[in-house]
Design a protein around this ligand. Structure first.
Ligand code: DP6
Length: 368
């Protein structure tokens, strides 16, 4: 379903409240089990994806606003952007471009002086993509600002739908971070409510409780700058000879994953998660130009995981994003055994690895 959020009427002379203030939101990163890889049009996905919203890896964003002092001759957006307390021109430019694109939806943004302060709880350049948490936190702030000034969106459901739509325009995967626990984005015949334009939360009754407390420990293999940006990576799918089969595979995997999530089938879940991760990397290796995004340590860790599983029979699985870091996926019931294995076997062998412990989370939170 296409939504039209263009609203030329949202001008400051129509505002119902104080034109000056501060809004803050904290929003989490997410980890996709079925991967979004390949897009069309205005950041719309070629296939449905499904992710866990995380809990500890979050961005905190504060938006200060006041009526614009300089009326004539300025830029269309007046923005000062601070990342971790320092003015950051590079991030600021990206956000300014994003806000310019949103002027049709939020025309009042052109009438305000804006100041954004943002920070991440995960270490800077740890290799964790911050665009999902960052863009979703900003989208929540923008929708809150509209709500404060004009009283719309009028209810929570509409608010979250709009925030997800706006976050998507900033970064595709960000649209999933707006909701708790398990979140789907992209049309699929098994989920009539799903859309390419915004994400939807999987209903509680479709999730076995074992998945509500699932762990995701992120093993940081390399802190370097990404070899290829997500946008370039998505673009390479357009010329990839496996693309159509891949989109078919993702739709099939999505169906199977829904069944696993409902039945509490952790083994089925893990099989799909690992297949999706390896497929994503295979797609990058078969792109033109090709990219190898794993490091030797990534493969070594994958082997350690397989050995752990063979030796213990316990459900420990992995996934990766478009980079070398490994996400360890496992249910709460094996967290003690995995913790011991991490401390006694994996971390001593792979000395340089940093670890971020995370798990399924409840979505964004407004900051006071
Ligand atoms: C591999 O959402 O970062 O993490 O829409 O260009 O901002 P843009 O891409 P982005 O792509 C994420 C790709 C992925 C898989 C996923 O999160 O679904």
């Amino acid at each position: 379903m296409e939504l039209d959020y263009q609203n030329p009427g949202l001008r400051l002379d129509q505002a119902k409240s104080n034109l000056e203030g501060r809004i803050g939101w904290e929003s989490p990163s997410n980890i996709a089990i079925i991967k979004y890889w390949g897009k069309y049009g205005d950041q719309l996905p070629r296939n449905p994806s499904l992710s866990f919203t995380l809990s500890n890896s979050v961005t905190r964003t504060w938006l200060d606003y006041a009526p614009r002092t300089e009326k004539e001759g300025g830029e269309k957006i007046s923005l000062k952007f601070y990342f971790e307390n320092e003015l950051n021109a590079a991030f600021g430019k990206r956000v300014e471009k994003f806000l310019l694109r949103l002027l049709g939806v939020f025309p009042f943004l052109g009438e305000l002086d804006l100041e954004i302060h943002t920070e991440n709880t995960f270490p800077h350049s740890s290799g964790i993509a911050s665009s999902a948490s960052g863009m979703s936190a900003l989208a929540m702030c923008l929708c809150s600002l509209e709500q404060k000034l004009f009283g719309t969106p009028a209810n929570e459901e509409d608010f979250l739908k709009k925030a997800s739509y706006i976050a998507r325009l900033g970064s595709g995967s960000a649209c999933r971070s707006v909701y708790p626990e398990l979140v789907a984005w992209g049309t699929h015949s098994d989920m009539p409510e799903a859309s390419d334009f915004f994400a939807v939360r999987l209903p509680k009754e479709q999730i076995h409780p074992v998945f509500s407390t699932f762990h995701d420990d992120i093993l940081i293999v390399s802190k370097g700058v990404k070899k290829v940006s997500s946008s370039v990576g998505h673009g390479l799918m357009d010329g990839n000879i496996y693309a159509e089969n891949r989109y078919f595979q993702a739709r099939q995997g999505f169906s199977e994953l829904l069944t696993c999530l409902k039945n509490g089938d952790i083994h089925g879940f893990g099989k799909i998660a690992e297949s999706e991760a390896l497929t994503l990397h295979a797609l990058m290796m078969t792109s033109s130009p090709p990219f190898v995004l794993m490091e030797p340590e990534s493969l070594a860790i994958i082997q350690h995981i397989q050995n752990f599983r063979a030796a213990t029979g316990l459900p420990l699985y992995f996934t990766l994003d478009a980079g070398p870091n490994i996400h360890l996926l496992y249910p709460e019931e094996v967290s003690t055994a995995v913790g011991i294995w991490l401390n006694d076997t994996l971390l001593p062998t792979m000395g340089c690895i940093q670890i971020i412990r995370d798990k399924t989370g409840q979505g964004p939170r407004q900051l006071s």
